[in-house]
Design a protein around this ligand. Structure first.
Ligand code: KIV
Length: 263
């Protein structure tokens, strides 16, 4: 995908959208050569790469650094960048500056979590020509307020609220919306009601597309295995076994071999 009109077309033609969250140039280069449609430089980078306990530790500098790296690896790819925690809560000027910095670093669009209290920011960014992706359901930046990482929208009132927020986001001009950890029937209903594409994670099969974090689909983290993630590789064991093989070869004087020695 090259731009937001491709997202709209994919929704119209019921072509499932594939987005992968990644944070560095090498992985971006691999994804850009794959069949995926877009890369998300998610604020999950704070946890996955930097080892923080939550995404509230992602800063604008951190996000810009990773967006720039991903752009260097994927020159022509559609890249969505997360606006970090509270950056949309410091007023329109600060929010616009943050979004501008992400775009200048190489993002094609920005994603922001939740809606209540920053409807004006969404409208202002869209009105300024900045493509905005929404993010409803489990919004990890609000983990302290939500009381943990749990499914959102099970209660009828919560589901109504999600439907309302999705409608509002679309009216404000968001080109797409992530639905995270939402019951499948709620996500399907929202998707059917909206013309903007929905991208699900832990939201069932009825969304317009799916997003997974690259390290999750590669199975790199043996301590994080939620039910909604499918592991397409056993990356953790693969890396550990390769490092063990290297270690044994060094200690057994099998590495480097003659052909690996520079003259
Ligand atoms: O930060 C992130 O990686 C995300 C996805 C999980 C949707 O927001």
């Amino acid at each position: 995908m090259k731009n937001v009109t491709d997202f709209a077309r994919a929704r119209r033609e019921l072509h499932p959208i594939v987005m992968v969250a990644a944070y560095d140039a090498l992985m971006a280069r691999i994804i850009a050569a794959s069949e995926a449609d877009a890369i998300l430089v998610g604020d999950s980078v704070a946890m996955v790469v930097h080892g923080y306990p939550s995404t509230v530790h992602a800063t604008l500098d951190m996000m810009c650094t990773h967006v720039a790296a991903v752009r260097r690896g994927a020159a022509d790819f559609f890249i969505v960048a997360d606006l970090p925690f509270l950056s949309v809560r410091r007023g329109l000027v600060a929010a616009t500056d943050a979004a501008g910095a992400l775009l200048q670093a190489g993002a094609s669009a920005v994603k922001l979590e939740g809606l209540t209290g920053h409807e004006d920011v969404v409208a202002h960014l869209v009105g300024s020509g900045i493509p905005v992706m929404g993010h409803l359901g489990l919004t990890p930046q609000s983990v302290h307020q939500l009381g943990g990482y749990r499914v959102q929208g099970r209660a009828p009132a919560e589901a109504e609220r999600l439907r309302h927020d999705a409608q509002k986001l679309e009216e404000l001009g968001a080109f797409s919306c992530v639905l995270e950890c939402v019951p499948a029937r709620v996500a399907s209903q929202i998707t059917a009601e909206r013309s903007m594409p929905t991208i699900g994670i832990g939201a069932g099969a009825g969304t317009s597309g799916q997003v997974l974090v690259l390290s999750d689909l590669l199975g790199l983290d043996d301590q994080f295995q939620p039910r909604f993630v499918r592991r397409y590789a056993e990356g953790h064991g693969l890396v550990r076994d390769a490092v063990n093989a290297f270690s044994r070869d060094v200690r057994g004087a099998r590495f480097p071999a003659r052909e690996e020695v520079l003259a």
